[in-house]
Design a protein around this ligand. Structure first.
Ligand SMILES: Cc1ncc(COP(=O)(O)O)c(C=O)c1O
Length: 394
């Protein structure tokens, strides 16, 4: 039976087909590509976190459905972590709601706040569920370009007045996927002021808050500015190498959190108890987080050097585990991506244009590619050499 609603039918088909075909033909030749494509860490979840989960499975045998918005213990651990990391007081009962990963939360959140035809403002490039959530709640997306010359911060003054009037949500994402930009506290203050003045909910997706390299760019939380009209989303996925576990949270304005709780009790039944218990254990430890940062920094430095050594612009990431590499004028991300997929190189990267919207026939990602720093340092060193060779043959 072929049946799909108009929103699903209207979703763009991804241009990954050609890349997929090249990827599969490499595999058919027995070549295992070095994969910088998807931002899913290959390093295992630390053993002390896995052990905590194992203990919890037995302790919670027969406990049934989890509590909708997370156990008291989990919400308390989150509030303690926020206090320690950002010096912000959060009431675990009123100002936190648990989620089954940030992805579902981001997708579903618009349903809590918008009416059809309202605007949702979001970054371009942006993590896809900001847009897909907007479309499924029949809101209208309005994109703000993130450009290198503005340190990948959006220009809030460029938003037309009639759009502002009908906007319910402003999505921010710092540290930013894919540009690797971070936000200054001054920018976050301006964003909160702008949204408070215009009755807009401002949400910062802070899923990469613990992935940074220099203390100078240690990320801020938007909660440091205010809780009024403000939400911060964070996740265990990247901080504690727990992408497969599915656990996150949203914290901030208690009235907004109330609305989200109401929405979520109608969608799911919360993350399993053993996942919440594993997260509590993970949140109490910073050593594994620091070790992860060290591994990522080694990979970052090897790959940035590969690009700068062939004369490409220095695009050293400030946060996240992505490199958003600007290519020389005239070189398109898709062309370098295809070159790197040839059998003598066997490297997977994402063309920038796959992550950006085409607006008025212009795609600001055409001239970029994204690499997720997920392969091992040994693989990064091999890839660095091959990238330098491939670039010479462009
Ligand atoms: C910006 C951003 N937000 C959220 C997520 C999803 O996080 P989670 O694993 O908690 O669903 C990702 C995953 O890559 C991301 O890049």
């Amino acid at each position: 039976m072929k049946i799909a609603n108009s929103i699903i039918k209207g979703l763009p088909v991804f241009a990954f087909d050609e890349i997929d075909t090249m990827f599969n033909s490499l595999k058919a030749k027995g070549i295992t590509p070095i994969d910088f494509g998807i931002g899913d860490p290959k390093d295992p979840t630390p053993s002390f976190i896995r052990e905590a989960a194992k203990r919890s499975i037995d302790e919670n045998a027969g406990r049934g459905y989890p509590i909708y918005n997370g156990t008291k213990e989990y919400r308390f651990a989150v509030s303690q972590w926020i206090k320690k990391r950002f010096s912000v007081d959060i009431d675990p009962d009123k100002e936190i709601c648990t989620a089954i990963g940030a992805k579902e939360l981001i997708f579903n959140l618009s349903n809590a706040f918008v009416e059809p035809e309202d605007y949702i403002i979001m970054p371009n490039p942006g993590y896809p569920p900001y847009l897909k959530g907007a479309l499924f709640s029949r809101a209208i997306p309005y994109f703000l370009d993130l450009k290198k010359e503005n340190n990948f911060l959006p220009d809030l003054d460029s938003i037309p007045k009639d759009v502002i009037k009908k906007t319910k949500i402003l999505w921010l994402n710092y540290p930013n996927n894919p540009t690797a930009g971070t936000a200054t506290i001054d920018f976050l203050k301006r964003a909160v002021e702008f949204c408070n003045k215009n009755n807009i909910v401002v949400i910062n997706d802070e899923c990469y808050s613990e992935i940074y390299y220099e203390n100078e760019f240690k990320p801020h939380s938007i909660l440091e500015v205010s809780k009024k009209g403000v939400l911060s989303i964070n996740s265990m996925s990247k901080r504690s190498l727990m992408t497969g576990w599915r656990i996150a949270w949203v914290a901030g304005d208690n009235e907004l959190i109330d609305t989200i709780k109401k929405l979520k009790t109608n969608i799911d039944s919360g993350p399993p108890y053993f996942v919440q218990d594993a997260a509590i254990t993970a949140l109490k430890d910073e050593v594994h987080v620091e070790e992860n940062r060290k591994r990522l920094k080694q990979r970052r430095d090897v790959l940035v050097e590969a690009f700068t050594s062939v004369g490409f612009e220095d695009c050293t990431p400030r946060g996240t585990f992505y490199i958003w590499q600007k290519l020389p004028d005239g070189v398109k991300g898709i062309d370098l991506c295809k070159k790197l997929l040839e059998p003598e190189y066997g490297i997977v990267v994402t063309p920038g244009s796959f992550l950006t919207e085409t607006i008025n026939n212009k795609n600001i990602g055409d001239n970029y590619l994204r690499m997720a720093l997920v392969p091992s340092i040994e693989e990064c060193k091999v890839a660095a050499k091959k990238i330098a060779e491939a670039v010479k043959k462009l």
